[in-house]
Design a protein around this ligand. Structure first.
Ligand code: SF4
Length: 344
């Protein structure tokens, strides 16, 4: 059954934190920007346009859901409960910070049948977190992840390569820690500079160097390979312009591309084919239609760089298989090659 998220973006005006990459506006006297009526309207709208026989999760994104007061969380959850009870939606997912998880919060979320909690861990490096004004300790991250799992709620983790103080190594180490925790799914958001943030000031004063597109791809391809190889679902790599850069949250600088994951995959396939090309003159590749763009790269970049790349569509191959010069390779093998380069 096809899965859909019904996105509900809830700003957290009362957030006492000041993460350097966040442009959350602080408005005194208002806790959030979505009324119960707004929430109902959003649900009604999506229920009209989404297929009836699909799995729909109401997805509270945008702020720190469990950072808002318990009473306000309850009001939102009450609205969704009516839809859950009628079988119109099948689950609730929300994003929050690791240090906003505790027993009281979890008991309520469990009572209201929350299915998935995504923790914005961002980095597993204490120094990087502190430079990004995220002042929770690693013990808190592990404790929260464990607690979410112990309540039988699906765990998602978000990480942000390229935060202040990060390096290729610290970001890759973060991915390794994600694998140790073994969440159900992961989102990887290379850090961008959003207008009106502390990070923007740090960038213009020279205190922060944003990841170039090349560096962001270099870091993400290893992270993605590691996560995928360990059987953890990557549900997003790179920000989505329509949703995540909403409300004037304009990206000033950084590795933004609407098909960032395709770029990452394209580079993984390029380096795999390049290795074969070192020993063979021509590259005669067979792939199924769905995989052609990964092999050719965006704007046929790989085709141009590899020069002797001939592609034949073979739809009897599954998406995780590719034949090069008569030899069949699995995606798993390609990802293993990708990772082996990390230690060369
Ligand atoms: S990222 Fe979340 S916790 Fe940090 S300032 Fe923004 S709303 Fe607050």
């Amino acid at each position: 059954m096809k899965h859909y998220n019904i996105p509900v973006f809830i700003s957290h005006f009362g957030c006492p934190n000041a993460c350097v990459f966040c442009n959350q506006v602080k408005i005194n006297g208002r806790e959030t920007d979505v009324t119960n009526e707004d929430l109902e309207n959003i649900l009604e709208y999506y229920l009209k346009i989404l297929p009836k026989d699909s799995y729909k999760e109401v997805a509270f994104f945008g702020g720190t859901f469990t950072g808002i007061s318990l009473g306000r969380q309850k009001e939102y959850l009450e609205v969704v409960k009516k839809y859950l009870d009628k079988g119109l939606v099948q689950g609730i997912r929300l994003s929050t910070r690791p240090d906003y998880i505790n027993k009281e919060v979890m008991d309520q979320l469990k009572d209201y049948k929350v299915t998935t909690i995504e923790l914005g861990v961002q980095s597993f490096d204490q120094n990087v977190l502190e430079k990004s004004a995220r002042y929770y300790k690693m013990e808190v991250v592990y404790k929260s992840c464990e607690m979410i799992k112990s309540y039988g709620i699906n765990l998602g983790i978000q990480i942000m390569p390229g935060l202040p103080g990060s390096t290729f190594e610290t970001d890759f180490e973060s991915a390794k820690k994600v694998v140790e925790i073994n969440p159900l799914n992961v989102r990887v958001y290379p850090t961008l500079i959003i207008k009106d943030t502390e990070l923007e000031k740090m960038y213009y004063s020279g205190d922060y160097k944003v990841l170039s597109m090349e560096e962001a791809i270099k870091r993400c391809r290893k992270i993605c390979a590691l996560i995928e190889l360990n059987g953890i679902k990557l549900i997003r790599v790179g920000l989505q312009p329509s949703e995540d850069l909403r409300n004037g949250g304009v990206s000033v600088e950084g590795a933004f591309h609407p098909a960032f994951k395709e770029l990452v995959d394209g580079e993984i396939y390029f380096s795999f084919l390049e290795k074969i090309k070192n020993t063979e003159t021509n590259l005669n590749v067979e792939v199924c239609e769905k995989n052609v763009s990964k092999v050719t790269g965006i704007n046929k970049r790989n085709k141009k760089r590899l020069k002797t790349l001939n592609i034949k569509i073979n739809n009897s191959l599954s998406v995780d298989k590719i034949i090069v010069n008569g030899v069949k390779y699995s995606r798993e093998k390609i990802l293993q090659w990708e990772l082996s380069e990390c230690h060369e």
